[in-house]
Write a protein that binds this ligand. Structure first.
Ligand code: NAD
Length: 329
């Protein structure tokens, strides 16, 4: 007999892959859906459908029953090198909006009661993130809206879409704004990787006393959230009576130069930084956890260093195995 059931859309991705594992550990029967399998880890999903959620017929096929929990994580996604150059704007808007329009329509028609949506800190207005030391990312600061990327605009549109379905139909939305989630089993090379993975890879590739490249002057600030903490927030929000949108992020803000120094320290290497031109995003960003603390009685607490140590070890192992494989070719 099947007990509690969950659907993880984007289950072949970084956060979706970790979420699938967590839900299996919690005893759920899990269906995951993605364009691809996770390239880094075997999925424990009971059912894994390879398919394109831009296709409404595929969506109907995926949501062929009522699930206890539906998590919508699928998006056309990447790091700054993918999202902030402007080269992929039309694809990002079209692909992610189409996925959300299709998913909500089918969930409504199939009588899904509750759906989680992964929004992003990229929805916050650029004007509040110009000072690297004092960014404002309080939830209510989202309006008047002025995200600095089309990725952020799509997330804001989709937040509104989920809230509108919740308002007009009997479907409950739970919306989180993630702030830079990182950890093992995520993109670490190829252009879609984000800052922590990119810095770990560069440091792992550099010799002791070597040099790595950082985009911009490295004084831009961010906070980074380890994936296990992110999932604790996601599942707490999903099972709470609070709809959000709410930040799920760390408040341990660092500059990119400090991030690089921390990774070099973890690696035990002396590394110098060369600053080069590159896509940057906003000047400063940090999670504001007052609302999540007050509504869920929880906020992530583990130090950045702890998550970086695990991520660095994983990326170092990936590099070692890819160079061993190259040696065999
Ligand atoms: P990811 O790219 O690893 O996962 C997204 C998955 O969606 C990918 O596996 C991709 O193949 C899948 N996908 C894309 N288009 C699809 C389609 N048409 N049909 C089916 N599957 C499709 O990204 P992630 O880091 O795991 O992020 C998960 C969610 O969280 C995304 O919505 C992302 O925008 C959001 N988010 C992530 C972060 C972060 O720092 N990782 C920050 C803010 C928001």
């Amino acid at each position: 007999m099947i007990g509690r059931t969950a659907l993880v859309l984007g289950g072949g991705g970084f956060i979706g892959g970790h979420l699938t594992k967590r839900l299996k550990r919690e005893g759920f029967w899990v269906r995951a859906v993605d364009l691809k399998f996770n390239p880094f880890a075997e999925t424990p999903a009971d059912d894994f459908l390879i398919g394109d959620l831009r296709d409404p017929y595929m969506c109907r096929h995926c949501v062929d029953r009522r699930f206890d929990e539906v998590y919508q994580l699928a998006a056309d996604m990447g790091g700054a090198g993918y999202l902030f150059t402007g080269e992929h704007d039309a694809e990002v808007l079209h692909n992610s909006a189409t996925i959300n329009l299709n998913v909500l329509d089918v969930c409504h028609k199939r009588n899904v009661k509750r759906i989680f949506y992964s929004s992003s800190a990229c929805i916050y207005p650029e004007r509040n993130q110009l000072d690297p030391d004092n960014p404002n990312c309080a939830e209510e600061s989202a309006y008047p809206a002025a995200p600095d990327s089309e990725y952020g605009w799509e997330k804001l549109f989709s937040e509104r879409l989920y809230l509108a379905y919740a308002r007009n139909f009997a479907i409950e939305a739970r919306i989180a704004r993630f702030h830079n989630v990182f950890g093992p089993e995520g993109a670490w090379r190829g252009g879609r990787e984000k800052a922590p993975a990119a810095v770990c890879r560069k440091v792992a590739e550099a010799p002791d006393g070597g040099e790595i490249e950082i985009w911009g002057d490295g004084a831009q600030t961010r906070s980074f959230l380890y994936v296990d903490e992110c999932l604790e927030g996601v599942t707490r929000l999903m099972r709470s009576d609070f709809a959000g949108p709410v930040n799920i992020g760390s408040q341990e803000m660092v500059s990119i130069n400090q991030l690089a120094a921390l990774v070099a320290n973890i690696a035990g290497k002396r590394i110098s930084i060369r600053h080069i031109k590159g896509p940057l995003g906003v000047r400063g960003r940090n999670s504001d956890n007052r609302l999540v603390r007050s509504r869920l009685g929880w906020a992530p607490e583990r130090p950045l260093r702890e998550g970086l140590e695990k991520t660095y070890a994983w990326i170092e192992a990936q590099l070692a195995s890819s160079s061993a494989n190259a040696g065999r070719d």
